[in-house]
Design a protein around this ligand. Structure first.
Ligand SMILES: Cc1cc2nc3c(=O)[nH]c(=O)nc-3n(C[C@H](O)[C@H](O)[C@H](O)COP(=O)(O)O)c2cc1C
Length: 214
């Protein structure tokens, strides 16, 4: 697959088949990720691949904590953002609402915290001692990973909500203090029987976020 195709065809997938992803494929994804540029070639990333029973335990803990907090009237706070971002978020959430079905209700929070059933979760982490501007390098690596997955016919979804429970991720995966969990990525085969997998988030025109200075 051409890079151009992978870029334009990739979209977040929010329903996966349970079929495991081969270890060598997961290694291929991480290998693609680390081809990304990084400041002074620091390569400040770490990848923790969570599958099988460990993934199940992590999901159980995340969902349990969410449910307990929700029952206590402390749902996950969604930080407010200024315009024009607020309207874009609203539009995104409303568009997802259209996929609500009685038989298979779509739930962004619980779905995210269970990685939408993806058999593999890749946690992208930064060395705790590094400054937050190195997050840029992790973003570049993550995009490489997503595009490689796309080219291999795999679905992905970056899941930031799980990172709100950093302490649980740390505890469950027994991460040392030196590891700062930054982002999780759900990886697996797309469950094309689920209508939600046809959802395409829109984009503004390139011209609207572009300034030419001659
Ligand atoms: C940093 C980050 C965090 C995200 N967190 C979540 C999440 O927790 N749950 C989810 O369903 N999608 C999540 N997404 C996916 C975005 O909703 C998605 O990328 C955006 O709506 C654009 O759609 P697309 O990826 O299909 O092009 C996240 C994406 C990024 C980059």
């Amino acid at each position: 697959m051409e890079v151009r195709q992978a870029i334009y065809q990739r979209r977040s997938i929010r329903a996966f088949l349970p079929e495991p992803v081969a270890k060598k494929t997961l290694l291929q994804l991480v290998d693609a990720a680390i081809q990304a540029p990084s400041a002074r070639n620091m390569q400040p990333w770490q990848f923790i691949v969570v599958t099988g029973k460990a993934r199940e335990r992590l999901v159980r803990q995340l969902v349990r904590t969410f449910e307990t907090e929700a029952a206590a009237g402390q749902p996950l706070p969604a930080p407010d953002v200024p315009e024009p971002y607020h309207s874009r978020v609203q539009q995104f959430l409303e568009a997802l609402q259209a996929y609500q079905q009685e038989a298979a209700p779509f739930d962004l929070l619980r779905g995210s915290l269970s990685f939408y059933g993806a058999p593999a979760v890749i946690l992208v982490a930064l060395d705790q001692r590094l400054a937050p501007d190195r997050l840029f390098d992790l973003g570049a690596a993550t995009q490489n990973l997503l595009l490689m997955a796309q080219s291999l016919g795999l679905g992905t979804c970056v899941i930031g909500i799980a990172i709100r429970y950093k302490h649980i991720i740390r505890e469950e995966l027994q991460l040392p203090e030196s590891v700062n969990p930054v982002m999780t990525i759900a990886v697996g085969k797309t469950d094309a029987s689920q209508p939600i997998t046809t959802f395409r988030a829109g984009r503004q025109d390139a011209a609207d976020c572009l300034t030419w200075i001659d």
